[in-house]
Design a protein around this ligand. Structure first.
Ligand SMILES: NC(=O)c1ccc[n+]([C@@H]2O[C@H](COP(=O)([O-])OP(=O)(O)OC[C@H]3O[C@@H](n4cnc5c(N)ncnc54)[C@H](OP(=O)(O)O)[C@@H]3O)[C@@H](O)[C@H]2O)c1
Length: 406
């Protein structure tokens, strides 16, 4: 039984990002239902302060200490408490709420999201990287604290809506849909020449930079595979991936009697966010309604793990377990940043991840310190390869690195 205040007290971690802004858009349309407690961002003090003033938040936290003077000045005289640094973001996650949106991008979201889970309330989880790195830890902490984790990723939210937990034994498999990204039909050679601007131009979704590039490499679907494994306690071989370019069917659950249940909707993140905000009820959201007649056709195709090796790497990392998913995620974050900065080419993102996974064999990870150590080792290894230009060929990178270490 979930007990909530009225209005429901909500915090948004990563409030200045794509998911964070969509969350506040919904919250602000229903002032009678929601009251904003805390907001947290990385470095964008101006946007954070503007949001805090607009929503009359109690507390605003910025992670980057160099953004503190700007935040402090912008909030002077407003009565809104503010602070900077990692501890401040953690404090935002600790504030007493009924509902917290975890929408910080990347592994940076891991510690504050875990703090929110430890408060034992409802956590709407957008930050998939946290679950990829520490899925088992999250599940254990949520159980211990009595927290409820609601998936916000559109695919996992779709599965959550049609997954009959009480009939789990009758579920054969879950099927994650993928748009295929902007390069779905291109050859590997054509993809190699693509720029960051072309990679972030997603055909259906408007999202942050990192997830947009992950969609183009299909690492996003690989991360979601690992996320689904943890959220729904499904073995890797019972999670399928299906390319569906229209992004209307957000995922499916197949039952033993041959029934397949799906959730459909326009590609607008405010739909899964509204579901999580109102859960266990539903709320009105100003999202485009589906017009299936106008769409006229929905198509599906098998993914191509040759042109999109990130899918294979993520599956292998999930099977290997231990530190492998942490290494996959950290190497990918570094490679995506290097691609966005034009230091490596598009297809080198997966090459870097593959090389780092080969160079750091899986080891046991039992706590946050273990996650942090594996994450650090992967970032150092990935940046070493990128800085030395050893990003095109996995075997050559391994041999050269072994030589350098001798
Ligand atoms: N966008 C989508 O449609 C979508 C869909 C499904 C899942 N997700 C997942 O949701 C998460 C957020 O994605 P997004 O697209 O919203 O990302 P985004 O637009 O890049 O926003 C990221 C947010 O995280 C904040 N941030 C970065 N580092 C931080 C730190 N160390 N401490 C506190 N805040 C920090 C950023 O603040 P600044 O603005 O100050 O940098 C910003 O508010 C990702 O894990 C993504 O995979 C996103």
């Amino acid at each position: 039984m979930v007990t909530v205040s009225s209005p429901r007290r909500v915090s948004v971690l990563g409030s200045t990002g794509s998911v964070g802004c969509s969350t506040l858009d919904l919250v602000e349309r229903h002032p009678e239902r929601f009251r904003v407690v805390a907001l947290a961002a990385g470095s964008n003090a101006a946007s954070l302060a503007e949001q805090a003033i607009r929503t009359r938040a109690e507390f605003a936290a910025v992670a980057d200490p160099t953004s503190w003077p700007a935040l402090k000045a912008a909030l002077a005289g407003t009565g809104i408490e503010a602070a900077a640094g990692a501890d401040a973001v953690d404090e935002a996650a600790r504030r007493d709420t009924d509902w917290t949106m975890a929408a910080i991008v990347g592994a940076a979201g891991l510690a504050p999201t875990l703090t929110a889970v430890r408060q034992g309330r409802v956590v709407a989880l957008a930050n998939k990287e946290a679950l990829v790195c520490a899925g088992a830890l999250f599940a254990a902490e949520a159980r211990a604290a009595g927290a409820t984790i609601l998936p916000v990723d559109s695919e996992h939210n779709a599965i959550f809506q049609v997954f009959e937990t009480e009939r789990r034994a009758a579920i054969e498999k879950i099927i994650l849909t993928a748009s295929g990204g902007p390069f779905r039909t291109l050859s590997s050679a054509a993809m190699a020449a693509k720029t960051p601007e072309e990679a972030v131009a997603h055909p259906n979704w408007s999202m942050g930079l990192k997830i947009s590039i992950d969609s183009a490499t299909m690492m996003n679907k690989g991360l979601e595979l690992i996320e689904a494994h943890h959220l729904f306690a499904m073995p890797e071989d019972r999670i399928d991936i299906l390319v569906h370019p229209q992004s209307v069917v957000h995922s499916l659950v197949a039952y033993v009697d041959g029934s397949v249940l799906a959730q459909l909707g326009s590609p607008d993140m405010r739909i899964p966010i509204a579901y999580a905000l109102a859960w266990p009820d539903r709320m009105m959201a100003p999202t485009p309604r589906l017009d299936l007649a106008a769409l006229s056709q929905l198509t599906f195709e098998a993914p191509d793990p040759i042109r999109f090796p990130a899918l294979r790497l993520a599956r292998d990392a999930l099977r290997a377990g231990g530190s492998a998913p942490v290494v996959l995620n950290a190497a990918n974050e570094e490679a995506v940043t290097a691609f966005a900065d034009r230091r490596i080419g598009f297809t080198e993102i997966a090459s870097v991840v593959e090389a780092v996974l080969e160079m750091l064999p899986p080891s046991g990870v039992h706590d946050l310190q273990g996650v942090a150590a594996a994450d650090h080792a992967a970032r150092v290894t990935a940046t070493g390869l990128i800085d030395r230009g050893l990003t095109g060929n996995v075997r050559a990178a391994r041999v050269a690195s072994a030589g350098a270490a001798d």
